[in-house]
Design a protein around this ligand. Structure first.
Ligand code: NAP
Ligand code: ZN
Length: 353
C-alpha cells in the first residue's frame, strides 16, 4: 500500500479539497500510472454531489475522474502489454468478473460485477471504494488499461475515455454511417464528441443546442446543420426525418420533442443521465414504431477500437486545460454549460499540494 495525492469531496455539499488516499502497490498483473491528464465529466459532478443517490449512492470521501491518461510508472511481473515509460489510459471501468457471458462477449460494461473506476467497492480493500483520476496515480489490472495512439494530444485524448466511448458505442450499435441522418443533442463534453465521431463515421449530422452561441462551433466540430432547440419552427422542419438521435443532455428536458423528429423505426438513445425521470408520451413511440433506449460507456475492446479510430482520424476533445486547484470553479461552469467543450485537469498541478 502507498499514499497517493488526490482531490476529494468529503460530502455532497463539500467542495473538493487536497487530500491523500491509499492505493495498492501494483500486483503481478497491475500497471501503476502516473496520471498526466484527467477529464472532468458531468458524471463526476452528479456523483460528487450524490445526485444519483437512488441508483448509485456516493460513498465519501469521493475521488472522481474516469478520463485518465498517464505514463506507466511501475508494472507487475506478469504485465505483457505495458512497460515503464509507456503512455496508457484508463476509462470508466477498472475490473469485472471476466467470466460471465457479458464479459466473455466483450461487454464488461454490462457485467453485474463490474468495478467502476471510482465509487465501486474496492475488492483489493486498499480503501472502502475505488478512487478515480483526480489523483497523481492509479493502479489498474493491465486488462483494463488502454493504449493511446501516439499522434494524439494527451490533454485532448483524456476525454475520449468516457465522452468518446459513450458516444461511439451507441452510434456503432445503431449503425450510424453514410446515408444516415443523425442528431446529437446537447453540446457539452459528450455532445461535442458525438458530433466529431458521427461526422467521421460519414453520417449527415445535425446538432441540437439550447445555446445559440455554440452554432459556429457546432459546424466546425462536424455538424452539417445546427438547430437551436428552443425555436419550435426550426425543430418542426426536421419532423419525422432522423434515423438516430443521441441525447447527451445532463438536465431535465423534453425528449418527446426529439421522438417527434424520428423517421419510421428511428431511435433516440439517452446517454445523458439527468437526476429525475423524463416523461414519455406513448404515441410518440407507437406511431412510426420508434424506440427509446439508453447506453452506458463501452467495453474494453470497443474502447480500444474507439481510441484507434480517433488516432486514425486525428480526433481529440476540444479541451480547456485547468490546474486541479480550479476544479470547484470548473464544476460551477459545467452547470452553466460554460465549457468548450471539456475541462482536462493537468495533474502536474497536484505536485505542489
Ligand atoms: P456537459 O458537458 O455538462 O454537457 C451537457 C450539455 O447538455 C450542455 O452543454 C448543454 O448543451 C445541455 N444542457 C444542459 N442543461 C440543459 C437543459 N436544462 N436543457 C437542455 N439542454 C441542457 O455534460 P457531459 O459531461 O457531456 O455529460 C452529459 C450527461 O451524460 C450527464 O448527465 C452525464 O452524467 C451523462 N453521462 C453518461 C454516460 C453514460 O455512460 N451513459 C457517460 C458519461 C456521461 P447546449 O448548451 O448545447 O444546450
Ligand atoms: Zn464520464
Amino acid at each position: 500500500m502507498y499514499k497517493a495525492k488526490a482531490y476529494a469531496a468529503s460530502s455532497a455539499k463539500a467542495p473538493f479539497a487536497s487530500s491523500t488516499i491509499q492505493r495498492r502497490d501494483p500486483g503481478e498483473n497491475d500497471v501503476q500510472l502516473e496520471i498526466l491528464f484527467c477529464g472532468v465529466c458531468h458524471s463526476d459532478l452528479h456523483q460528487a454531489r450524490d445526485e444519483w443517490h437512488d441508483f448509485f449512492a456516493t460513498v465519501y470521501p469521493c475521488v472522481p475522474g474516469h478520463e485518465i491518461v498517464g505514463r506507466v510508472a511501475r508494472a507487475g511481473k506478469g504485465v505483457k502489454k505495458f512497460k515503464p515509460g509507456d503512455l496508457a489510459a484508463v476509462g470508466c471501468l477498472v475490473d469485472s468478473d471476466r467470466t460471465c457471458p457479458e464479459c466473455k462477449a466483450g461487454f464488461e460494461q454490462f457485467c453485474n460485477n463490474m468495478v467502476l473506476t471510482y465509487n465501486s467497492p474496492d475488492k483489493h480493500q486498499a480503501a472502502p471504494v475505488t478512487y478515480g483520476g483526480y489523483s497523481d496515480s492509479v493502479v489498474v489490472d493491465e486488462r483494463f488499461v488502454l493504449r493511446v495512439p501516439s499522434n494524439l494530444n494527451l490533454a485532448g485524448a483524456a476525454p475520449l475515455l468516457c465522452a468518446g466511448i459513450t458516444t461511439y458505442s451507441p452510434m456503432k450499435h445503431w449503425g450510424v454511417g453514410k446515408g444516415k441522418k443523425v442528431g446529437v443533442v446537447g453540446l457539452g463534453g459528450l455532445g461535442h464528441m458525438g458530433l466529431k465521431l458521427a461526422h467521421a463515421l460519414g453520417a449527415h449530422v445535425v446538432a441540437f443546442t439550447t445555446s445559440p452561441g455554440k452554432k459556429e462551433d457546432a459546424l466546425r466540430l462536424g455538424a452539417d446543420e445546427v438547430v437551436v432547440s428552443t425555436n419550435s419552427n426550426e425543430m418542426q422542419k426536421h419532423a419525422g426525418s432522423f434515423n438516430f438521435i443521441l441525447d447527451c443532455v445532463s438536465a431535465q428536458h423534453d425528449i418527446n420533442a426529439y421522438l417527434a423528429l424520428l423517421a419510421r423505426d428511428g431511435n433516440v438513445t439517452l446517454v445523458g443521465a439527468p437526476e429525475k425521470p423524463l416523461p414519455v408520451a406513448a404515441f410518440n413511440l407507437i406511431f412510426g414504431r420508434k424506440s427509446l433506449s439508453g447506453s452506458p460507456i463501452g467495453g474494453i475492446a470497443e474502447t480500444q477500437e474507439m481510441l484507434d479510430f480517433c488516432g486514425k482520424h486525428n480526433i481529440t476533445a476540444d479541451v480547456e486545460v485547468i490546474p486541479i486547484q480550479k476544479v470547484n470553479e470548473a464544476y460551477e461552469r459545467l452547470l452553466k454549460s460554460d465549457v468548450k467543450y471539456r475541462f482536462s485537469i493537468d495533474m502536474a498541478s497536484l505536485k505542489s499540494e
